[in-house]
Design a protein around this ligand. Structure first.
Ligand SMILES: C[S@@+](CC[C@H](N)C(=O)[O-])C[C@H]1O[C@@H](n2cnc3c(N)ncnc32)[C@H](O)[C@@H]1O
Length: 293
């Protein structure tokens, strides 16, 4: 694992670096309990479990995208596929195409789809957000649930999403951004969020107003970028404080992974201070219905 970490740090190509990082975290190296969600979650009142918060975030994205059974949906950066299985079950979706650059995620998500008898509804493929392997105007909705900050670049993804969406189609993202006026990315010191320094390119590190401008520049209308940061970071931090104290987490994890999480969350004052510089948004944007490009 430490050798892999060295490999991640020394890989120059951003997409390869991202895939290498995720290859290091199979489902038994996650901090969730019952699912394989891999996001920070939307923590509504009374929510204390990351599994529930992560699913609530998936619900929020689905609502924003107004997912309907007849939609062809593209999920970019599907992780282990949890939100797709959830959307099939709760929204009656019959056609989801997922693309991902991490081979482990593709393999495990495909196995899970097969176990659930969903391979005719959920199609997990290898592919990158910035070179989407689909024809122009071929999907109704595109979602990127906590993945677009990785893309090389996010702006190139916006252009690709615009190309692949049918006129009138919607793009919805849940994304990590800096707060305007927050500490520079290079100054982040907390081990729990230091990954941002190497895993998010400078080209993707801009606040929500710029995010909206870039969506509009790509051709989208009805751009809406909403901060949900107050229901994300602090609750996520507190969950980790509890999680590292739980015997069940120690038992489930290898000693190295347990130690990594415990060490990463040792300095809570520093983490709490630095989280103030992070925003978390849910953004939606529409390809104009009369677009004939
Ligand atoms: C933080 S995880 C989120 C996973 C999932 N959406 C969830 O919420 O559980 C980010 C995902 O984006 C994928 N990813 C990163 N860069 C990508 C790219 N350029 N194209 C497609 N997927 C990418 C990663 O492999 C990973 O599966």
């Amino acid at each position: 694992m430490l050798g892999n970490l060295f490999l991640v740090r020394t890989t120059n190509d951003a997409t390869k670096r991202t895939a290498r990082l995720y290859e290091m975290y199979p489902p038994d190296r996650l901090v969730v309990k019952d699912t394989n969600y891999y996001n920070l979650g939307y923590w509504g009142p009374g929510c204390t479990e990351l599994d529930h918060a992560a699913e609530a975030l998936a619900d929020m994205v689905a609502d924003r995208a107004a997912l309907k059974p007849q939609d062809t949906v593209l999920d970019v950066g599907f992780g282990y596929g949890d939100q797709d299985f959830h959307w099939v079950e709760t929204r009656g979706l019959t056609r989801i195409i997922g693309i991902n650059i991490t081979k482990l995620h593709i393999k495990v998500a495909r196995e899970r789809a097969a176990e659930r008898g969903l391979t005719d509804r959920v199609d997990f493929r290898e592919g990158s957000a910035t070179a989407i392997p689909l024809p122009d105007a071929s999907v109704d909705k595109i979602v990127a649930l906590e993945s677009a900050f990785h893309f090389d670049t996010r702006e190139d993804f916006f252009a690709e999403a615009f190309r692949v969406l049918r006129p009138g189609g919607l793009l919805v993202t849940a994304d990590i951004l800096p707060m305007a006026g927050g500490i520079p990315k290079a100054d982040i010191r907390s081990h729990a969020i230091k990954w941002i320094r190497i895993m998010v390119d400078d080209a993707n590190w801009y606040p929500s107003a710029t995010y909206g401008t870039k969506l509009a520049k790509a051709g989208f209308t009805d751009v809406n970028v909403t901060s949900i940061r107050d229901n994300v970071y602090e609750q996520w931090r507190q969950y980790h404080v509890r999680r590292v104290q739980e015997e069940s987490f120690k038992r489930r994890s290898s000693s190295l992974f347990y130690k990594m999480v415990a060490v990463a969350h040792r300095d809570q004052d520093l983490l709490q201070r630095e989280l103030k510089s992070l925003d978390y948004v849910v953004a939606s944007a529409q390809k104009p219905a009369d677009d004939r490009r």
